[in-house]
Write a new protein. Structure first.
Ligand SMILES: [Zn+2]
Length: 257
């Protein structure tokens, strides 16, 4: 099988729709959109505010592909709204990429009712093209790798990497061994980082303690507590993502069969 080639020149970018933690609704639901030549390709997470912010950036459109990192409501609170919008307007158009381990719990949270429509006759999954995800998934000619992170239990939350282009941690404690295994091409590391850590989330001091300088230099912090907290993270030397900010990405590595 011939190698499949990812885009040679970098036409990729990542736009943050929101960068806040669960309490920082003013900063938006933590989510980001991978763009190729400014066209949205993949939405990462869909919290309560995400679809409105997505529509504001992309001419009122809905996403066509969504990856879910984990099942906390600030990351999936918009999926129910996405069901209603797609069921009536664009049924079956949205690919929903969900790590296999999360599918049963996602079903029981959002889909386990004979009356997802009050008149009946509809299954939640009729609206979507569900793509169960193991270690990898394709979107067009881009091959993403998915890895478990440290958040809310064993294999309960996942990050993803498009090798060469970017790594997105999702909610997590520090994962230096994972990053060193999955992000070996100097790609930017978009990473959960509040000013203060917690049992579920990385904080500034956690990253400074557990990541070598060469990794910290690549970190772009998101999922923080407030604008003021973000400024303090930035003052400590980390790059910071702000709501609506778009980052140009290096090209994805070519995929060898
Ligand atoms: Zn979470």
């Amino acid at each position: 099988m011939a190698p499949t080639t990812a885009p040679a020149e970098s036409t990729l970018s990542l736009r943050f729709l929101g960068v806040g933690n669960a309490r920082a609704s003013a900063l938006g639901s933590a989510s980001a959109v991978l763009e190729c030549a400014s066209v949205p390709q993949l939405l990462i997470d869909c919290g309560p505010r995400t679809l409105d912010d997505y529509a504001a950036h992309y001419a009122g459109e809905l996403p066509t592909a969504v990856f879910i990192t984990h099942l906390h409501m600030d990351h999936i609170g918009g999926v129910e709204q996405l069901f209603y919008r797609t069921y009536f307007e664009q049924r079956g158009r949205v690919q929903l990429f969900v790590p296999c381990e999360l599918i049963p719990a996602l079903h029981y949270k959002l889909a386990n009712s004979p009356f997802v429509l009050s008149e009946g006759g509809a299954n939640f999954w009729d609206a979507f093209r569900l793509v169960p995800v193991g270690d990898t998934f394709w979107l067009g000619n881009l091959l993403f790798k998915v890895f478990p992170v440290r958040h809310s239990g064993y294999r309960a939350a996942f990050g993803l990497v498009l090798p060469g282009a970017f790594l997105y941690s999702g909610d997590t404690r520090p994962i230096p061994e994972v990053i060193e295994a999955y992000a070996v091409a100097d790609e930017p590391l978009f990473h959960d980082c509040g000013l203060h850590g917690s049992p579920a989330h990385a904080g500034l001091a956690d990253l400074q303690r557990e990541y070598p300088a060469a990794l910290l230099r690549r970190v772009v912090a998101y999922h923080y507590e407030s604008d003021a907290a973000g400024r303090q993270i930035e003052a400590a030397g980390l790059a910071l993502a702000r709501p609506g900010q778009r980052f140009s990405l290096p090209p994805a590595l070519a995929v060898e069969a």
